[in-house]
Design a protein around this ligand. Structure first.
Ligand SMILES: [Zn+2]
Length: 131
């Protein structure tokens, strides 16, 4: 799989993850690059799984010293991709409703024994159209 250049990568993963990618160790970059290219093609179910493990790993490594930008990159990229899927499903970009990322986040919280914050309601025109 040919590597994306930094501009193409930033379009997929968003500005936060793009910065984390730049700061990641070189040895991880090829894998992260091909991981990012597959992100948009995952089914929602597969994507939810990627979100969960990215959120879990990113939170886990925050306890340790060292350069973990490659783990934070995946979580940030998942956040960005979840927003994209949310808008693609008909929500506005400003909608605060639940995304696959917040679903995954709540799942990780529950599995770690924490009480997740309650799911947020969709507040954009998609819900008002439905009512
Ligand atoms: Zn909405």
């Amino acid at each position: 799989m040919p590597s994306l250049d930094s501009r193409e990568l930033a379009e997929i993963v968003g500005p936060v993850a793009a910065r984390e990618f730049d700061n990641a160790k070189e040895i991880y970059k090829a894998d992260l690059n091909s991981w990012a290219q597959k992100l948009a093609d995952l089914t929602d179910g597969q994507f939810l799984g990627e979100c969960s493990s990215a959120i879990y790993n990113s939170a886990l490594v925050s306890q340790f010293r060292g350069n973990w930008e490659h783990e934070h990159f995946k979580a940030s990229a998942c956040f960005h991709e979840a927003q994209r899927r949310h808008v693609a499903a008909g929500h506005s970009a400003e909608c605060h409703g639940n995304t696959l990322y917040s679903e995954a986040h709540a799942k990780v919280m529950r599995e770690s024994g924490y009480q997740p914050t309650p799911a947020a309601d969709c507040n954009c025109t998609k819900s008002s159209r439905r009512r």
